[in-house]
Design a protein around this ligand. Structure first.
Ligand SMILES: Cc1cc2nc3c(=O)[nH]c(=O)nc-3n(C[C@H](O)[C@H](O)[C@H](O)COP(=O)(O)OP(=O)(O)OC[C@H]3O[C@@H](n4cnc5c(N)ncnc54)[C@H](O)[C@@H]3O)c2cc1C
Length: 244
């Protein structure tokens, strides 16, 4: 992770779907990053308002959805969730010209150049990273993708290999782990490429199944990571994540 902090400025913003806000940032500072960083993450340094002043900051990890070096643009997708924390509130209120800084990016942890079978499971916090990866896969890749979204209007279009099937699961309150149930129906090859990220308990259950009931632990392109925890801030989630 690059420690130097860089400042980026909001160039435009729009809702990709009702619960996903896309912000395009501009900055001369990103010129040295290539599109190799699509799908990598940065640590956003989010200003927190207290008594009318932005006096404190909170650090929140977010994915680089894409980088365009020619236009010097960097795009991030923010899942809009309730309750909203400082990062989500910042994204909700962001207008053209607003500035924010970030540390990073860190190196990408999931390889997208392997020809083979892929499994993706993600909720809306991890869809930016998953979609950035899917868009880079070799054209002859095959596989299954399970995206858990807040509403049916959160289905989005993106480029994918023909042999990769996308399944949209609409989140239901107090329901079982729908992603896990779908994954359990699959025949997972021993050398699967696996990307799983999202809420910590969901990810933990999928991880246990994959490691105990399949041969995935022998595969070398496996990325399983929790991105947030129900009812906990990112600071609290980070402490729980260490035990994942
Ligand atoms: C490597 C990495 C990359 C990530 N990339 C992205 C990204 O590109 N886009 C993105 O939207 N998120 C991404 N996340 C997740 C994001 O960092 C967290 O969701 C973060 O907690 C949001 O910060 P906040 O200040 O809004 O909420 P916090 O202050 O951390 O939490 C406030 C409340 O919101 C709840 N909450 C947090 N996240 C969610 C959620 N996703 N859904 C429902 N409730 C939630 C918490 O449980 C808590 O109750 C990424 C996380 C990691 C580790």
């Amino acid at each position: 992770m690059i420690r130097k902090s860089r400042t980026i400025k909001v160039k435009s913003n729009k809702y990709v779907t009702p619960n996903m806000k896309r912000i395009v940032f501009e900055s001369n500072d990103i010129q040295q990053f290539s599109s190799d960083y699509n799908g990598a993450y940065v640590k956003l340094v989010v200003p927190v308002e207290s008594k009318g002043f932005f006096s404190k900051t909170k650090v929140r990890p977010y994915t680089i959805r894409s980088i365009d070096n020619e236009t010097k643009e960097l795009t991030m997708d923010f899942a809009i969730h309730k309750p909203a924390g400082p990062a989500t509130n910042w994204a909700l209120n962001a207008v053209v010209g607003d500035e924010i800084s970030f540390m990073g990016p860190g190196p990408k942890k999931f390889q997208t150049n392997i020809e083979g079978w892929y499994l993706f499971a993600a909720d809306m916090s991890a869809m930016p990273a998953a979609i950035a990866a899917i868009e880079e896969l070799p054209k002859n890749s095959i596989g299954e993708v399970f995206f858990e979204i807040i509403s049916k209007e959160d289905v989005q279009e993106f480029n994918k290999p023909v042999g990769v099937n996308i399944h949209w699961l609409i989140h239901k309150e107090n329901s079982d782990n729908e992603q896990l149930k779908e994954i359990q129906k699959l025949e997972i090859p021993d050398l699967a490429n696996v990307f799983v990220a999202g809420e910590i308990e969901t990810v933990k259950q999928i991880k246990q199944f994959l490691l105990n009931e399949t041969k995935v632990k022998n595969a070398n392109n496996v990325y399983i990571s929790s991105y947030w925890k129900i009812g906990k801030t990112e600071e609290e989630h980070k402490r729980a994540k260490m035990k994942l």
